[in-house]
Ligand binder design. Structure first.
Ligand code: RIB
Ligand code: CA
Length: 339
């Protein structure tokens, strides 16, 4: 008896690589895309909604509900990523959809789908691919939804330097408070977490030959993917293009393709050079200054360090991806087009 498809929900800031992720999530037979929620990030939230509806249209997934979420971070001013994703968020290839977003807000749609899963005795994998503003609002407003979450597999963070700044990855940097709240809530609510950060995000790529093969397919999603690959190759002057967020969906489909290690992780929220940095504590000797005395079990955030009486931002126990079979994930993504 084959396993039923894995139910998942994506939270996106569509964006070129969010589009790659949506195409795989909508099409792979081992996944059941229940909903997509949108947040300001790469582009303004209304542009993200429009892009998400359009990409799902091209992928033949017009039945998947799309909801509008937070228009800005919890505290920080918004910063878009138009310099990477284009003014329209889709490299200049954005087109209108004839569909409308859900009448529910992102948090309401997430709550509805997760409570529905609980009622059906199911759990949903939640895949944030954007600033985590919606997810923080959800978990702080409706902690009871945790029973419907199998795992949070998020694209964000890094154990080895940033992209938005020298220290911070864009999704964490855009709303550090939200990211810190999500990690704290996951520790308190015993939600398993996988961090698909820059350490692996930057390694999974496709190239111009892949784009040429996609362009020849009679498939609007493949042709959009080809155009986006070539736009990114031209922008960065490179032969290859990262599949980016789509790698986090690959991690849901094929966790064996990822090498993870479990560490306490915090997000820096203080102003300054490291704001938004994910502090991945890889120390193994527990006697050092403010070292993890033990790897915190789920439900026990590290509130008070062993070194100082000053409370520190609680750490969550996170499965941090440090290795990836890049060719395996690139092929998995291309399989969404039969390529
Ligand atoms: O740092 C990369 C992340 O920021 C990706 O999710 C990309 O889409 C942007 O949101
Ligand atoms: Ca994204």
């Amino acid at each position: 008896m084959p396993n039923p498809p894995t139910p998942l929900i994506l939270d996106v800031d569509t964006g070129v690589d969010d589009a790659f992720a949506l195409m795989l999530a909508a099409r792979h037979p081992d996944l059941e895309l229940r909903a997509v929620t949108c947040v300001a990030g790469n582009a303004a939230v209304d542009q993200v909604v429009a892009n998400t509806l359009y990409v799902l249209d091209t992928a033949g997934a017009r039945e998947v509900p799309v909801a509008r979420g937070a228009a800005r971070p919890l505290l920080a001013p918004p910063h878009d990523a138009g310099h990477v994703h284009g003014a329209d968020g889709l490299g200049g290839f954005a087109r209108p959809s004839d569909r409308r977003a859900s009448s529910l807000s992102a948090v309401a749609l997430l709550r509805q789908e997760l409570l529905r899963a609980i009622g059906a005795g199911e759990k949903v994998t939640l895949v944030p691919l954007a600033p985590q503003t919606n997810i923080a609002l959800l978990l702080r407003t409706y902690p009871e939804v945790a029973g419907g979450i199998e795992r949070i597999v998020f694209m964000g963070g890094s154990a080895s330097g940033g992209n938005a700044t020298a220290a911070a990855e864009f999704n964490m940097w855009h709303d550090p408070e939200a990211a810190a709240i999500v990690l704290a809530a996951c520790a308190e609510l015993s939600i398993p977490v996988t961090m698909y950060g820059l350490d692996v995000f930057q390694r999974v790529t496709v190239d111009g030959d892949d784009a040429a093969r996609l362009r020849d397919l009679p498939d609007p999603a493949a042709q959009l993917a080809a155009a986006l690959i070539d736009q990114q190759r031209a922008l960065f002057g490179q032969e290859t293009c990262r599949i980016g967020d789509a790698g986090a969906v690959c991690a849901v489909l094929d966790p064996e393709g990822l090498g993870v290690s479990t560490f306490p992780v915090r997000v820096e929220v203080a102003p300054g050079l490291t704001r938004g940095q994910t502090i991945v504590d890889r120390r193994t000797w527990h006697g050092d200054h403010r070292a993890p005395s033990t790897t915190p079990k789920h439900g026990q955030g590290q509130g008070i360090s062993s070194y100082s009486t000053a409370p520190v931002v609680p750490a969550a126990t996170v499965d941090v991806a440090l290795e990836v079979d890049a060719a395996r994930y690139a092929a998995l993504w291309l399989s969404a087009f039969g390529a």
